[in-house]
Design a protein around this ligand. Structure first.
Ligand code: NAD
Length: 397
């Protein structure tokens, strides 16, 4: 089938298998061009492994030097008749194939991470293939809804301010024009629902499940990803509904850390930099902040992609000698984003933004290119007018 991008709002509804494979290969190439990470992980479970930070974590685990076996949990749609699979599906097909070619174990469970059946499938896989030993658990789920496995209650996450409505500058990415957007304050119920989806309860359930079944190796590490961000996005992000969910995730890290101490293990929060992924592009106001930020970080030669951040996490912190945490005990991969000079320049540019200078003051063109690349489009050496097989299966299936 000939596959072209179809953009609807902040999502592209098609994905190109060859372009997605290129994205994965580029990440592998990057990791292989770096120093191998000594003493890296051996058996890694990544929940949310198909795109963004989770996919990059999987690539570093497998190709970063320790040749880790990986089990990924993803929630993706396979191709059906004339509808392509999702980018995360094709990324996973490509990752598994490249791991297999390199002689590495890689299997994937496609299912809802929040559901008990998915946890059970993973448990069976670990028991059957790994004889029960996971030494690194990465939790990188970004989801819009969650059905509670015990109560059946469905919660939806919303991205809203708390206490008062918020009005701010944003960008309409379908027209590349600035707009002023007002978001109403969240209700207490919306806050609780967002915590239920994006807080730490499910991460805790994964760890409990693995611990109960004696599937955690001595010295195991559990890592989840958070975001803090600058003053500019505070009302909508860190002081908003998603920030409350992240507070809960961070509190859960303390509980899991205490639990894993018995095994000589630990739980960690890595605060990553803002990057455009399928989830973050849906957060109001964030894309405009991101394109201003990225222009400045590129000018200062300090911009990093998902794979660069994840290599830094593994090589520097998880298996390296960087032990400097912030006052809360968090790993701060957002240190360059929040550097004083960077944020000062972001503010200066932000105040001057107008439709006429959007392309010069921001990284808007690169944003559009990078967004399409998330779905496998825009690679000059792929002929998008040529037929491509869209019905690909996971090699491990
Ligand atoms: P992403 O959209 O690229 O990835 C989300 C992953 O979650 C995908 O693999 C998807 O398949 C999986 N997923 C979604 N719902 C699922 C479900 N029900 N069951 C199983 N898997 C499911 O998102 P991302 O930006 O990489 O975010 C990952 C984590 O990193 C989140 O916790 C996010 O808050 C955090 N983070 C993101 C940024 C950023 O700017 N992108 C910055 C800091 C921290």
């Amino acid at each position: 089938m000939i596959v072209q991008p179809k953009i609807r709002g902040f999502i592209c509804t098609t994905a190109h298998p060859l372009g997605c494979a290129k994205n994965v290969q580029a990440q592998i190439d990057y990791v292989r061009s770096q120093k191998p990470i000594p003493g890296g992980p051996r058996k890694v479970l990544i929940v949310g492994a198909s795109t963004g930070y989770g996919l990059s974590s999987r690539v570093v685990a497998a190709f970063g030097g320790s040749n880790a076996a990986t089990i990924g949990v993803v929630f993706e749609r396979e191709a059906e008749f004339k509808r392509t699979a999702t980018a995360g599906w094709y990324n996973t097909v490509a990752f598994e194939q490249k791991a297999k070619d390199a002689g590495l174990y890689a299997k994937t469970v496609n299912g809802d991470a929040f559901a008990s059946e998915t946890k059970q499938k993973v448990r069976e896989l670990i028991r059957q293939d790994w004889q029960g030993q996971v030494d690194l658990v990465i939790y990188s789920v970004a989801a819009p809804r969650r059905q509670h496995p015990q109560t059946g209650v469905v919660s939806k996450s919303v991205l809203k301010p708390i206490g008062a409505s918020y009005t701010g500058k944003s960008i309409d990415l379908s027209t590349d024009k600035l707009e002023t957007v007002t978001l109403p304050a969240a209700s207490p119920d919306e806050i609780n629902q967002t915590i239920a989806v994006m807080g730490g309860e499910d991460w805790q359930m994964w760890i409990d499940e693995l611990e109960k079944n004696k599937m955690l190796a001595p010295g195991v590490s559990a890592v989840a990803y958070s975001y803090i961000g600058p003053q500019l996005t505070k009302a909508i992000y860190r002081s908003g509904t998603i920030g409350k969910a992240k507070n809960h995730l961070e509190k859960t890290a303390q509980d899991i850390d205490a639990q894993l101490k018995k095994l000589g293990g630990k739980a960690l929060i890595s605060v990553n930099r803002a990057l455009i992924t399928q989830s973050s592009s849906a957060i109001p106001f964030i894309p405009l902040y991101y394109i201003v930020l990225n222009k400045i970080m590129k000018e200062k030669n300090i911009d990093e992609s998902c794979i660069q951040q994840m290599y830094r996490l593994f090589a520097g912190y998880l298996y390296g000698n960087q032990s400097s945490m912030d006052g809360n005990g968090f790993i701060r991969l957002d240190n360059l984003e929040l550097r004083e000079d960077v944020q000062r320049d972001v503010y200066a540019a932000w105040d001057k933004l107008q439709d006429s200078n959007l392309y010069s003051l921001t990284d808007l063109q690169a944003y559009h290119d990078d967004f399409l690349k998330l779905f496998g489009f825009g690679f000059p050496d792929i002929n998008y007018d040529e037929d491509v097989d869209i019905d690909l299966k996971f090699p491990s299936a």
